[in-house]
Design a protein around this ligand. Sequence first.
Ligand SMILES: [Cu+2]
Length: 305
Amino acid sequence: MRVCPARGAPKRPGSDGGWISMYMRILAFLVALGIAPAALAAQPEAWRIGMQDPANALAEQTNSFHTTVTILSVAIAIFVMVLLAYTMWKFAASRNPNPSTVTHNTMIEVLWTVIPVAILVVITIPSINLLYAFDKTQDAELTIKAIGHQWYWSYEYPDNGNFTFDAYMAGQGGAPLEKGQVRLLSTDNPVVLPVDTRVRVLVTATDVIHSWAVPAFFNKIDGSPGRTNQLLIDRVKKTGTYYGQCSELCGQAHSFMPIEVKIVSKADFAAWVQKQQPRKVGDARPQDTPADLADAQPARPATKE
Ligand SMILES: [Cu+2]
């Protein structure tokens, strides 16, 4: 009898494709349990070592620079440790009863000055290039403004009708999270941005210093009262949800002002922009705090506006 490979006896792991099919079955099981996210979501993962997956070209360059510097640092640390251990063993008083009276050696002194300087120069050049690239926003296709408050963010879209909204952490005051929302990371009003677009983010604050940071974009910049900083979100490659948090200690609810960025198709972004038009900057903004939202979040931190 011919056994259909798909229905026949399960292959042992290790036989051709066995691990892959087992992995697919585990993945399907996790999806069925609702554990594996259906759409891309850039967020912290348990036991993860290293950075979140970089979401755009600039983030990829920064990530590989970080990896290079980490390897270099570890290599230097190992070299110094081994040298120290060797010196302690070789020149211990028991093995070396008559110590050398040499006090300096020109060649060694030149080397231990020149080599570290060379290493620093090698690190500095790509570092400055990346800093410059994140600050080079002249050719951005879209500008948004992120304003930090104790303890939520508000956003303005000046070149798309100048609308504004506030983004509070979802689930405040013990309110249940909606399906798909992530505890401590989701907001009631996510920032929506189009895919494959260079976005300039102007960052400021109204009360104390906050910091707008999204790890998958490798973006982080302080929002200071009375000052506007800027950064670039390079072209994000995939639609999905990207999470970040305020990264400046800004008061008692500092850890409860997350950043949720939804990257959507350009058509979806245009449709979303149309819906936001009533939320003009300077208007009374009943849309920001609808009654149902206010009911769901009775314990919003008091704000000084
Ligand atoms: Cu803050």
